[in-house]
Design a protein around this ligand. Structure first.
Ligand SMILES: NC(=O)c1ccc[n+]([C@@H]2O[C@H](COP(=O)([O-])OP(=O)(O)OC[C@H]3O[C@@H](n4cnc5c(N)ncnc54)[C@H](OP(=O)(O)O)[C@@H]3O)[C@@H](O)[C@H]2O)c1
Length: 234
């Protein structure tokens, strides 16, 4: 574990947090004053990732690095940012370490690139979506939320406000609300209640479209939902 995890208050463990998506979320949440644990299959990699965030945010940053199962055991808000091809086996391996009553926020996009296909295409999943697959694999008392699929990691890892909405889908209203609150801590992000977890299949698909747009136009596309009353946006 690296330095700076003092008096952890509701830590967020980012499982697979050493990649661009996890690092971007970690940076934004640490800047917002949250306590974050970066998880990795290798403790040393997690520690280095945490140190790189400290070097950007400063010594007041409340962040540490742990092996994924230790990170799970140390937090009851889990943010999953691993490639689809590793998602199921990782959840199965981590299941005994997950604290009862935890929330698992899943950002997994089932891109075909994971099995040698195109990054602008998705895979068909029996359960309907990667998030629903996760829900089938976690312990019964763990609430699964789907969120953060449509924000470009390159921009999350930067210093400017994002130009992106986060659609949050879950069958657990309390877990969804907490996730919207966490999303809204990222400058420029508006969080929107996207309804039940089954809607994750649509939100995940949007990312494949965004990947294709990025390739075509050389950008970092995100989404904005317009036309809803102000109360719909957090
Ligand atoms: N990149 C984006 O812009 C973006 C945006 C929205 C959503 N997403 C989704 O968020 C997830 C993470 O994206 P990313 O770009 O950060 O992914 P990534 O860099 O490919 O992977 C993130 C981390 O997952 C761990 N990992 C890799 N393969 C694994 C496996 N087979 N089993 C267990 N852990 C594994 C690695 O950490 P360790 O080696 O340290 O364990 C890696 O650093 C993906 O599902 C992606 O579709 C990405």
């Amino acid at each position: 574990m690296s330095t700076n995890l003092s008096a952890p208050v509701r830590p967020i463990a980012i499982i697979g947090g050493t990649g661009p998506a996890g690092m971007g979320l970690a940076l934004r949440w640490v800047r917002a004053g949250e306590t974050v644990i970066i998880g990795s299959r290798e403790h040393g990699r997690a520690r280095l990732a945490a140190e790189s965030i400290i070097s950007r945010v400063g010594n007041e940053a409340r962040i540490s690095g742990m092996e994924n199962s230790a990170a799970c055991a140390a937090a009851d808000i889990l943010m999953l940012t691993v490639p689809f091809e590793g998602q199921a086996s990782l959840i199965k391996r981590l299941k005994p370490a997950i604290t009862p009553g935890s929330i698992l926020i899943d950002a997994t996009v089932p891109l075909a690139a994971g099995i040698g296909g195109r990054a602008s295409r998705t895979l068909g999943i029996w359960q309907g979506s990667a998030a629903q697959q996760a829900a089938e694999l976690v312990p019964d008392d763990v609430a699964v939320v789907a969120a953060f699929h449509n924000c470009a990691a390159d921009l999350l890892g930067g210093d400017n406000p994002l130009d992106c909405d986060v659609i949050v889908c879950s069958d657990d209203p309390d877990a969804a609300q907490l996730t919207r609150e966490l999303a809204a801590k990222i400058p420029g992000v508006r969080a929107i209640d996207g309804g039940r977890l089954e809607n994750a299949r649509i939100v995940e698909q949007i990312t494949a479209l965004l990947v294709g747009l990025n390739m075509r136009h050389k950008g970092h596309a995100g989404i904005r939902i317009t036309g809803l009353p102000p109360t719909a946006y957090r």
